[in-house]
Ligand binder design. Structure first.
Ligand code: PLP
Length: 447
């Protein structure tokens, strides 16, 4: 007996979910009727649902507040959004509505920061963290803003940055130092190219910063590439970082902040499970214990969540335009766009996205491959940035004061690497699937 697509999903996952519901056989995302979007704007298109950005920031703030309360933590929590995750003005400005700060990684970001300061959208009393390897123009822009009196905190990635900043800045200023973490054992390099090695940080501080007439060390920063995970590798790196913090603190009174970087995962499958509150509880409890044992103040905690801020707020909508049967087993549902153009991370770094049909949830299902339009043989899901076709239209969705949905078309695109992908069948109505680790997917059948 054939079963309907909706049954397949309901039997495989807990469904409906917080963001995904089905109404009259059509998918809604946070209450946004996606077929209406398609009818109004056509496909392919990408959309951003702004309220989700604020929701995630508030959730993180809540987890840290609760974890800190449990252990009577005396330091503060500071949420920073790293602009490299999406430079779109609607994304950055939405994030900033939540009393947060910014982390930058290039001179280009500092144009954004200056503009946000001038327009009053970025709180001048919060530190802007300047991370990353610093080119001359990046250092000049940081120095310029410090000279204007803004609270920029350059996080030193490389020794020579200190000398350049010192020459350019005409007043006392603060810095952070990034620890070069050790990469996961299976990675092809041993130590991250970013930051300064564990063993070199204390000597660097002693030789260069400790007696410097203008510079004070405020922050220690580390970022684990593979994200914040409850595994031995993460906790080992985390504890090494705490140890360096403790050692520096013995000789450095001004050090009062620990920046644990980004790395919260995002939902990339309907079966996604991650206990954010537990991880935050552990981070805070371990930091508190460490500080107590070392007899030092609880450090102020900074985070730089990128994907977590923006990655669950968007999606891409495609139409399935045709089904090609290449042999008995391989059926290709061709979409009206390119995975290379719209979901480059799926090819380049093997990222998974949730894929669901928008309509025909009561139809039977079948397994297919999803094919992109370009002539590049890699343009399938899971697929990639070779033969490109123009990117899709962008729609910004928000809710007004009464909770009513509002829509705005924007073409101001800079870069967005994360998001849900939701193929939309219309004229040939069906298709798509949930992200999983196989190359073929179940979809509603019968073309
Ligand atoms: C220094 C730093 N902070 C924050 C982030 C953001 O990480 P995520 O998107 O995993 O939160 C990155 C990502 O590369 C990073 O390099």
């Amino acid at each position: 007996m054939k079963i309907k697509y909706v049954d397949l999903i309901e039997q495989t996952f807990h469904f409906p979910q917080e963001e995904f519901q089905v109404s009259d056989e059509e998918l809604t995302f946070h209450g946004v009727p996606l077929m209406d979007l398609v009818r109004e704007y056509g496909t392919p298109l990408k959309f951003t649902y702004l309220p989700k950005i604020s929701e995630n920031i508030q959730k993180a703030k809540g987890w840290f507040a609760s974890a800190m309360k449990k252990v009577d933590y005396k330091g503060t929590y500071n949420y920073c959004y790293c602009t490299k995750s999406s430079h779109f003005s609607h994304v950055v400005e939405q994030a900033l509505k939540n009393d947060i700060s910014i982390e930058t990684s290039s001179a280009y970001d500092l144009d954004i920061v200056e503009h946000l300061f001038e327009s009053g959208k970025l709180n001048k009393n919060r530190y802007v963290l300047c991370n990353g390897y610093k080119t001359d123009d990046y250092l000049e822009r940081i120095a310029h803003l410090i000279n204007l009196g803004y609270k920029m905190l350059p996080v030193i990635d490389n020794y020579q940055e200190v000398d350049v900043l010192n020459a350019l800045i005409d007043q006392p200023f603060e810095i952070g130092i990034r620890i070069a973490s050790e990469e996961e054992p299976k990675f092809e390099f041993y130590t991250s190219r970013l930051g300064i090695g564990y063993r070199n940080i204390a000597p660097f501080y002693r030789d260069v910063i400790q007696n410097h007439p203008k510079i004070r060390l405020k922050m220690l920063h580390f970022f684990i590439n593979t994200g914040i995970n409850d595994n031995a590798y993460y906790w080992n790196e985390f504890n090494k970082c705490l140890t360096v913090y403790g050692r520096l603190k013995e000789v450095c009174d001004s050090l009062d902040s620990l920046n644990i970087g980004g790395g919260f995962p995002i939902k990339n499958s309907l079966a996604f499970e991650y206990d954010y509150a537990y991880m935050v509880d552990e981070i805070i409890a371990q930091t508190k214990n460490f500080a107590e044992e070392a007899g030092i103040d609880d450090p102020h905690i900074y985070t730089e969540f990128g994907s977590f801020t923006v990655g669950e707020s968007g999606g891409a909508l495609f139409k399935v335009i045709y089904q090609k049967r290449q042999n008995d087993k391989e059926r290709w549902n061709m979409i009206d766009s390119s995975f290379m153009t719209t979901l480059p991370d799926s090819w380049a770094i093997n990222k998974r996205f949730i894929m669901l049909p928008i309509n025909r949830w009561n139809s039977d299902y079948e397994r297919v491959f999803l094919g992109g339009l370009t002539c590049d043989s890699d343009d399938y899901y899971s697929g990639l940035q070779h033969c490109l076709i123009p990117g899709p239209k962008q729609i910004v969705i928000d809710r007004d004061e009464e909770g009513k949905l509002t829509y705005r078309v924007t073409t101001k695109r800079i870069r967005s690497t994360s998001g849900f992908s939701i193929p939309v069948p219309i004229r040939i109505p069906w298709v798509a699937t949930v992200a999983c680790n196989t190359a073929s997917f179940p979809v509603p059948s019968k073309l």
